[in-house]
Design a protein around this ligand. Sequence first.
Ligand code: C5P
Ligand code: MG
Length: 205
Amino acid sequence: MKKPILIGIAGGTGSGKSTVAREIFRSFPSEKICIIMQDSYYKDQSSLSFEDRIRTNYDHPNAFDTELLIRHLKDLLDGKKIEKPIYDFTVHNRKAEVEIVEPREIIILEGILILDDKALRDMMDVKIYVDTDADLRILRRLVRDIRDRGRTMESVIEQYLTVVRPMHLQFIEPTKRYADLIIPEGGKNKVAIDVLVAKIRQHLG
Ligand code: C5P
Ligand code: MG
């Protein structure tokens, strides 16, 4: 196998980064590409009560087990398979099971804070920031968190105002400066996705 290419896709919550990752994924045969979500690497919080897990700040760099993420990415880049943790947003914790991820020629790393850590950034061949207006992001998040993540409207709004928004302004938005490419409007931006797919194809040769 050729040395894999690592593409990082950052951006605020609800920006459309998961959609961009999925669109790129769909453009290649599944044995050539994998997606690693930073969400999977939220720290294990099994020792905390449910109430304490609800109160955790999940938008701060310290919420993530970045050491494990870096180790896993190194393994994938070295052609080794990994045992990826699985995250359950409804209980705010890792599941007991893991998922085996086989090494692939194209690795997509997607998450709100993947451009915050220098060691992580330095591993990436292409760094992308998906830039979407905050009003669209909160609307998408509200719909998604109620539908998929077991939340109420009140809890999403309260979390957004007290944690998500301030952390976005302090930690996430500033990482835009590290991006090679800034994509407006995420998954609906077909031109940007076509450009990225062409770049990856060129790498594959
Ligand atoms: O997919 P998205 O980028 O929106 O996922 C990141 C978001 O997940 C963070 O903004 C964080 O507030 C949220 N999160 C949460 N509950 C958890 C873990 C993360 O609401 N237990
Ligand atoms: Mg997402």
